[in-house]
Design a protein around this ligand. Structure first.
Ligand code: UFG
Length: 349
């Protein structure tokens, strides 16, 4: 266990996965320090975190790629023991339209943080990677040793490049211990409904689209294709509750604390090990929440992989972590969060 003064910087700490991780870090005895520029996050997330914790959290508003700003934060805070780096652009479609924005931001911020960690002798880094690095795997479940496939989008490519940057930095002998967590599909919200996902505009991802349709914000959900080679013809993914995912970051920090090497790079799949199709998600959502969803079957979405789910035994053993919550739990929590958002928006003028 960390001592009570173990300070951890969380870049993107007001975002969807970041905010849940800040809560879990605090519960585990760390002192999380949020860095966020609020480009894709809301200040209300910080309030939500504080409501859950019954405690103020430290927040520095700014860009984690700005070395001067970050240097000041680190000097002011003193004794920062590690960094969890979430801050990144994440919209696959936008990355195809604006690749330079994605390459500049997602790669630059990691480079700046690594340089700063070297300069300020901070030795632990946990990085947000994605199962997108596997593309459509040749064999399932996908393991950390499965080959990476050429990226389908600039977003996906930034995750591959960032993993390589971390690996090369470690190979050079720099005193830094790193973990890249390859997330499968994060869904759900904190059970308090104080924090959750806040998609900008029309959601691209399945579950926010499902909850917005059920709430009457969207007219209809389109299921992208039902002629895939799965039990019902719709695409299959490994959906993981965001609270389980958040806890994996705490476990990754503990893992780095246990590690005796001065320089290391490890990568872990963070999923449940189970696959669910789009229709499984819809049916489970309807059942557990007792709501009917208006949906239709449409054509395939270009670039979608048919099926992917994680082999999680390496994360289970090395990180001493295992997903605890079910698809039903996640879909209940997503719906509770959506209802809360709807209530709030009704109070708006
Ligand atoms: N889907 C629909 N209708 C929708 C939205 C999604 O049928 O309106 C389907 C998709 O076709 C897919 C599944 O729901 O089969 C999940 O789609 P998401 O967009 O929620 O998630 P993806 O698996 O496509 O994307 C996720 C992450 C990305 C990451 C990608 C890598 O959101 O960041 O995995 O596979 F790049």
């Amino acid at each position: 266990m960390p001592d009570q003064t173990s300070k951890v910087i969380v870049t993107g700490g007001a975002g969807y996965i970041g905010s849940h991780t800040v809560v879990e870090l605090f519960h585990a005895g760390y002192e999380p320090i949020i860095i966020d520029n609020f480009v894709n996050a809301e200040k209300s997330a910080v309030k939500g975190i504080e409501n859950i914790l019954g405690h103020k959290v430290k927040l520095y508003e700014g860009d984690c790629g700005n070395m001067d700003f970050m240097r000041n934060v680190i000097r002011q805070e003193k004794n920062v023991s590690g960094i969890i780096h979430f801050a990144a652009y994440k919209a696959v479609g936008e990355s195809v339209a604006q690749p330079l924005k994605y390459y500049r931001n997602n790669i630059d911020t990691l480079l700046s943080l690594l340089e700063l960690m070297h300069e300020q002798t901070i030795s632990r880094l946990v990085f947000s990677s994605s199962c997108t690095v596997y593309g459509q795997p040749d064999a399932l479940p996908v393991t950390e040793q499965s080959p990476k496939k050429p990226a389908e989008s600039p977003y996906g490519n930034t995750k591959q490049i960032c993993e390589e940057i971390m690996e090369d930095t470690v190979k050079s002998g720099m005193a830094i211990k790193t973990v890249a967590l390859r997330y499968f599909n994060p869904i759900g919200a904190h059970e308090s409904a104080e924090i959750g996902e806040l998609p900008l505009g029309v959601p691209n991802n399945l579950v926010p689209f499902v909850t917005q349709t059920a709430a009457g914000i969207r007219e209809k959900l389109t299921v992208f294709g039902n002629d895939y080679n799965t039990h019902d013809g719709t695409c299959l993914r490994d959906y993981i509750h965001v609270v389980d995912l958040a806890k994996a970051h705490v476990s990754a920090l503990h893992y780095l604390e246990r590690k005796s090497e001065k320089s290391s790079y490890d990568v872990f799949n963070i999923g449940t090990g189970k696959g669910s199709t789009v229709l499984d998600v819809i049916k489970t959502f309807e059942e557990v929440n007792q709501v009917k969803l208006n949906y239709t079957i449409g054509p395939r979405r270009p670039g979608d992989v048919e099926k992917v789910y994680a082999e999680v035994s390496q994360a289970n053993a090395a990180l001493r972590w295992k997903a605890q919550l079910s698809l039903a739990d996640a879909l209940k929590d997503s719906w509770r969060w959506q209802l809360k958002l709807k209530k709030k928006s009704k109070q708006l003028p």
